[in-house]
Write a protein that binds this ligand. Structure first.
Ligand code: SAJ
Length: 435
């Protein structure tokens, strides 16, 4: 199939780079977002997210005349839905006394409804948003059939998960293998033809529900593996071991690769997606649920480390919290465990000044953010490393000594495991180190 014009709903971390890729590869693209602020920024030549190289690609796409943005869809040969699927904050489910989170699919629903008036015979609709198993068949298809056309007969429907890593999105969009799950084999083929426009990785065709499950399995696998690393950090501390050394030595085994412990699991993917399994089949996903609970409780474990460093009473203690992003070298603060740690410290009476180099002017309720490292550490009793940003783990001991009176360092991500701190008179407390 040939696609001259496509419409992409949702211009976030996935939709915007995807729209730009199609546009720079000769396809006319209408990018759709319901947030007028985003449309305004894009129309004035800017971008609203931090992703290496994205600004240049968007500019190229706009200059080519192939990328336009608007608040509502238009008729097109193909429609891609790439809107967020967060979970409900307060509407929780319960199974045998265990509480679980439920997906908020309202943005997928309204994006699909907005496409309905523009569907034609032969159109293709692809859902990219991470979704609970069977969403394509049970939620998307009935909405689209509101057009009076029959899915799989009159128009094509597919699910294709995005799998790109924030920070490396542009490279991974092109190079990663793509899975395309069709409602019918013809739908999968149509999806494959569409993405072949710019994808250089292998394209694998399957059915829609398998493709949905593949996505959830990938992120759940990672979450469970991070949970075991986090549990190892607690065990190591109990047994007087350095978990980082133990992980390094265990990973010498040819079939073992242990991930890194830390303050918890954040972002809008790994800390969210496993719940989609739990919500859909709580009786069959007990391990997945436990892993989520272990990772969600990791900020509390960080608190025990802070108490070890500063004593049982944190009232009035001044702490410089370094890094608020959900992982190193990104500006994304969503579901960040670092933010959770700052909230817990504040609740315990500490006076926290937080510094996030990738978003120095961010506004977060209940968090005092300062725009520079110097301001964060100026009168601190302790420095708390929450995100292993390159600029933090490359910090120069001599410079830091001149910026702060603090001589207590608390490291939750193994960014400061250097002897020169200790040599210069700092006390270093590392997560997962009981030695
Ligand atoms: N983390 C650890 N320890 C580790 C690795 C990560 O604590 O060893 C933490 C990070 O600090 C972060 C969280 O886990 O808080 C998630 O980070 P991540 O780098 O593992 O993943 P994301 O959320 O940035 O991107 C993931 C990727 N999925 C997998 O690696 C299986 C990406 O390929 C997906 O496209 C993305 O989710 C998504 O959009 O679903």
């Amino acid at each position: 199939m040939e696609f001259k014009k496509i419409c992409i709903s949702g211009l976030g971390y996935i939709g915007l780079p995807t729209a730009s890729m199609f546009a720079t590869n000769g396809v006319q693209v209408l990018g759709v977002d319901t947030n007028p602020g985003i449309i305004e920024i894009l129309n004035s030549g800017g971008i609203h997210i931090h992703e290496p190289g994205l600004g240049e690609v968007v500019a190229e796409a706009v200059e080519s005349g192939n990328l336009r943005v608007a608040g509502t869809p238009e008729p097109a040969d193909a429609f891609i839905i790439a809107v967020p699927t967060p979970f409900f904050e307060h509407d929780l489910g319960e199974y045998e006394g265990q509480v679980y989170k439920k997906a908020d699919m309202r943005m997928v629903t309204s994006a699909a409804q907005a496409i309905v008036p523009h569907l034609r015979k032969g159109s293709l609709v692809v859902l990219e948003s991470t979704s609970p198993p069977r969403t394509t068949v049970d939620l998307l298809v009935p909405i689209l059939e509101g057009s009076g056309l029959k899915a799989g007969v009159d128009f094509y429907v597919a699910y294709s998960p995005e799998r790109v890593l924030p920070g490396q999105i542009l490279r991974e969009l092109v190079e990663n293998a793509r899975v395309i799950g069709g409602l019918t084999p013809e739908s999968a083929q149509a999806g494959s033809d569409l993405y072949a426009t710019f994808v250089r990785g292998e394209i694998h065709m399957t059915d829609a529900t398998t493709a949905e499950m593949v996505k959830l399995m990938e992120n759940t696998y990672r979450d469970v593996n991070i949970a075991i690393a986090n549990e190892f950090s607690r065990l190591a501390e109990r047994f007087g071991v350095d978990v980082w050394e133990a992980i390094q030595l265990s990973s010498l085994h040819p079939r073992v690769k242990i991930l890194s412990p830390g303050p918890g699991v954040g972002g809008h993917c790994i800390s969210v997606d496993p719940w989609f399994f739990v919500e859909s089949a709580p009786d069959l996903s007990r391990l997945i649920q436990r892993a989520r609970q272990v990772n969600d409780a990791q900020p509390e474990f960080v608190m025990s480390l802070v108490h070890k460093a500063l004593g049982p009473d944190l009232t009035g203690r001044k702490i410089a919290a370094l890094g608020l992003a959900y992982k190193p070298d990104v500006d994304d603060l969503r579901e960040s465990p670092a933010v959770e740690v700052v909230h817990l410290l504040t609740k315990a009476g500490a006076v926290v000044k937080a510094f996030e180099p990738f978003k120095p002017d961010a506004k977060i309720a209940g968090v005092q953010l300062v725009p520079t490292l110097a301001q964060a550490v100026a009168d601190a009793d302790a420095l708390l490393l929450l995100v292993n940003h390159t600029e933090f783990h490359q910090m120069n001991v001599e410079v830091i000594m001149t910026l702060t009176p603090a001589r207590v360092l608390i490291d939750t991500v193994n960014g400061w495991a250097r002897m020169d701190w200790v040599r210069e008179g700092f006390e270093l407390f590392r997560l997962g180190v009981g030695k």
